[in-house]
Design a protein around this ligand. Structure first.
Ligand code: CO
Length: 134
């Protein structure tokens, strides 16, 4: 069912510092910052030959990243994103298998303008999973 790894997301307390690590130290190409108020984050994508790294900085008072960074002040891996062909079919299969979809289960628009769903870390080996319809 799942396809390619679309990206790994890393939460950072300071986006400029995160960009400096990947652009200056590691020599990667990086997209322009994108503010996503509905997700409570500002995001950039680090372009790698086979996948992307999504750097997430908290945006606004109620950012879902803020709590994560309280526990991991230096930043850390926040979620992995897998591609699926059909998000509705994927959700049906996962729910039937006993997995929990976060929120009300309605897909939201992700950072690429495509529909996404998040899955409960407790059902996925302790890892927050994002599914993106490609
Ligand atoms: Co993501």
């Amino acid at each position: 069912m799942i396809g390619r790894l679309n990206h790994i997301a890393i939460a950072v307390p300071d986006l400029a510092k995160g960009i400096a690590i990947y652009r200056d130290l590691l020599g990667a190409g990086i997209s322009a910052p994108q503010a996503l108020p509905e997700h409570g984050v500002t995001v950039v994508f680090v372009e790698l030959p086979n996948t992307k790294i999504e750097l997430l900085e908290p945006l606004g008072a109620n950012s879902p990243i803020a709590k994560f960074l309280e526990k991991a002040p230096e930043g850390g891996i926040h979620h992995v994103c897998y591609e699926v062909d059909d998000l509705a079919a994927a959700r049906e299969r996962l729910v039937a298998g006993g997995a929990r979809v976060l929120g009300d289960g309605t897909p939201r628009t992700g950072a690429h303008g495509k529909p996404v769903l998040f899955l409960h870390p407790k059902d996925f080996a302790g890892t927050l999973v994002e599914l993106e319809e490609i």
